[in-house]
Design a binder for this molecule. Structure first.
Ligand SMILES: [Zn+2]
Length: 391
């Protein structure tokens, strides 16, 4: 965990010093200076003797609460929350809220911040009540938008997808852009629920997901799977091909589904043409191997081997090498076969032991695709690992 103590202390020292200078310049310091100075220098003394807690207390005592110092208090409470001192953050916010001389804008800001504390400690009902009360208290537009954004995230955390989406939809278009992909995932989650309860709604939710975020790969993959369940192979192919335009690096996710659809349609030439097109635009190990497997079916293992060796030269990868071994095995003599089998077992184990995906935000590794990173909770941040051990 980050050591926040120096940040807390420097923030406070700077704020108190700035406030003090302001008081001197405005010549209102006569009565405040003696007591303020003692607390301030006590704080500096504690800081120099590495007594962080005492230093923080001294600086807090030195700060008179008023509209100028409230941002400093809020910044400090925010730091306490981020370092896990939730009780302290809540205590500071409640102390501020108890004041009767707060400006309406500050009152709202403190409530928004307190709602974050409640959410952090799992007091979801209190956080929800506070945010709803902020929205109804006629705040400034930006504060109402913040409250709605926070409320949507709160519902998301509780997997209340319907409420999360409805809340986010109340934001004006201009404020939705940066959460459009999250909203599309809420719609996908609702589509997923509809699969179990009301099948007719599935495609409506997916349509909404793509309307909210035209780059939502998940919606197209779900839609394709839904079409495939109804044996609508052409419809499924249409959605799977759209993935290549949305994010070319996600194409490998579509290959097992595309293969099934083209096999069902008995149109492997069209599949081959599509793979060649994707290989030209954005080659990956999965694409090379899939293309080689088609050559193996159409022209035999020897042709596939020549193609695979050439592909491995251009694009070396573990899964390509593993497939080459399987081709070699087919034409091997008994004594060579035993050695190749051992080698293939090893590459198989290596592939199995390696993570396939990595979160682009926090680096979390996983063997399966997560639409929301289990570690940092970012949506759509998990990608297939590239390079020798991946794509
Ligand atoms: Zn992450």
């Amino acid at each position: 965990m980050l050591d926040y103590a120096p940040i807390v202390l420097l923030t406070l020292a700077a704020v108190v010093a700035g406030w003090l200078l302001g008081r001197i310049q405005s010549r209102k310091v006569k009565s405040a200076l003696p007591s303020l100075s003692r607390d301030y220098y006590d704080g500096l003394g504690s800081l120099l003797s590495n007594n962080a807690d005492d230093a923080v207390e001294s600086f807090i005592r030195a700060l008179e609460i008023n509209s100028d110092t409230i941002p400093a208090y809020l910044a400090l409470a925010d730091l306490f929350r981020r370092k896990g001192e939730y009780d302290r953050a809540i205590d500071m916010h409640q102390t501020l809220l108890a004041r009767t001389d707060l400006l309406h804008e500050d009152f709202i800001r403190i409530q928004l911040s307190l709602a974050k504390d409640y959410q952090a400690v799992g007091l979801f009902d209190r956080a929800e009540g506070l945010l709803q009360s902020v929205i109804s208290e006629n705040p400034r537009d930006n504060q109402r938008h913040s409250a709605r954004r926070q409320l949507a995230k709160l519902y998301e955390r509780q997997q209340e997808w319907d409420l999360a989406l409805k809340t986010a939809l109340k934001l004006p278009d201009s404020k939705r852009a940066d959460i459009a992909h999250e909203m599309a995932h809420y719609a996908c989650e609702l589509a997923s629920l509809a699969l179990e309860t009301n099948d007719a709604d599935v495609e409506n939710w997916l349509k909404q997901a793509l309307r909210l975020d035209p780059t939502c790969v998940r919606a197209n993959l779900m839609w394709a799977k839904h079409r495939m369940q109804k044996h609508a192979w052409r419809g499924a192919i249409k959605h799977l091909k759209e993935v290549a335009d949305q994010d070319a690096k996600r194409v490998p996710e579509t290959l097992p589904l595309l293969s099934t659809c083209f096999v069902e349609l008995g149109n492997m030439d069209a599949y081959t043409a599509y793979l060649d097109q994707c290989l030209t635009k954005n080659p990956s190990s999965s694409l090379w191997v899939e293309r080689a497997k088609l050559i193996e079916k159409q022209s035999g293992a020897k042709e596939a081997e020549v193609f695979t060796i050439e592909a491995l030269r251009k694009h070396p990868s573990l899964i390509g090498f593993d497939y080459l071994l399987s081709l070699k095995l087919q034409a091997s003599e008994p004594e060579e076969r035993e050695r190749l089998l051992i080698l293939q077992q090893l590459t198989g184990q290596l592939i199995q032991s390696k993570p396939k995906y990595q979160c682009q935000q926090c680096g979390y590794h996983s063997k399966q695709l997560h639409w929301q990173c289990p570690s940092c909770k970012t949506w759509d941040s998990t990608r297939l690992i590239q390079g020798l051990e991946g794509e």
